[in-house]
Design a protein around this ligand. Sequence first.
Ligand SMILES: Cc1cc2nc3c(=O)[nH]c(=O)nc-3n(C[C@H](O)[C@H](O)[C@H](O)COP(=O)(O)OP(=O)(O)OC[C@H]3O[C@@H](n4cnc5c(N)ncnc54)[C@H](O)[C@@H]3O)c2cc1C
Length: 360
Amino acid sequence: MASGGAGKDKRVVVVGGGIAGGIIAKTLQFQNVVTLIEPKEYFEIPWAQLRSMVEPSFAERTLIKHSEFLTNVTIIESHATNVTSHEVQTANGHTFPYDYLVVATGHPGPGQVTRNDRLKHFQQDYEKIKTSNSILIIGGGPTGVELAGEIAVDFPEKKVTIVHKGSRLLEFIGPKASTKTFNWLIKKKVEVILGQTVDPESISEGGVYVTSGGEKITADCHFVCLGKPVASSWLHDSILKGSLDKKGQLMVDEKLRVKGHSNIFAIGDITDVPEVKQGFLAQKHVSVVAKNLKLLIDGAAEKKFATYKASSDMALVSLGRKEGVAQLPFGTFFGCLPGMIKSKDLFVGKTRKTLGLKAE
Ligand SMILES: Cc1cc2nc3c(=O)[nH]c(=O)nc-3n(C[C@H](O)[C@H](O)[C@H](O)COP(=O)(O)OP(=O)(O)OC[C@H]3O[C@@H](n4cnc5c(N)ncnc54)[C@H](O)[C@@H]3O)c2cc1C
């Protein structure tokens, strides 16, 4: 149970236990009565998944059971399916009343709900990569590029092809970063086909795939690395349906409250905050909302509330174990320096410490 101080009896329901939801549940767990609704039994560091595909043991540190760090939270392993003005409904047929709600369902999680199954999944991906001579990657955004980088560095003998429908790789950051990444991949003998798509179902005998432009690619296996839509379909018939924008994101004010709802906040990738969607920014949302929740519960004046300002575009994409590309407000950097920041440990130790766990 929550102990001591105002708000100890206030019920806060957090929906979504990814980067934003997992961290806010941890932050609030001794101040309020916190319930987390999340289908998976574990927290996953999403940007480490590509390394886990080439080194499955890496996932041991990146998949963390919620119960390990949410010691004072009621954890409900189910999907939320609806929300009314006073409760959240779940797929397993239960309802959870709330005084305050935090929506953090950035993207649909992976299919595996147990940590063991997720570990097995990485092992299977690894076997698939190891036993293939040629690999097709569909999608040249951060996931496709980081996967190509991991394979090209750890398995330089494999033939890797990326097919991307856009006119450049990594369209979420600037063209300079795209060009440098493209050149790096070409140097590593990765074939990059731009402006085309591939239907993974188009595979014919002998492992031949046909692109939208009619090109034939032979590959022993493929990975689909296309961006996922935000996970807001569960809100379509809810009291929040009018707060969704055209992209399915929740519209929030500068205090990160869902527009039109004084006791409901949204954080992370689900929000319409105009910035590149990043986990380190989701963590900044957490700080703002944790403060504002406390002020709201304490009955503080609105002017005391923390406000969130959209961040300028910043991103770090790893290219294998030692190199990377970084777009920062003051320039684009490439090679070992961004590699030193991200690519060795992929911020895994840092994220584990945020959860109050040992880095190793
Ligand atoms: C390849 C890759 C590399 C990246 N690199 C970086 C990086 O270097 N640095 C960085 O800061 N960011 C990086 N990001 C972005 C970062 O992963 C996201 O911005 C971050 O995960 C967003 O956190 P979130 O909590 O909003 O959403 P998510 O982490 O997507 O979590 C959403 C959670 O909601 C759950 N959920 C969905 N629907 C429901 C429902 N109906 N009911 C209950 N639960 C539900 C899901 O299971 C999931 O656990 C990277 C992303 C990718 C894919």
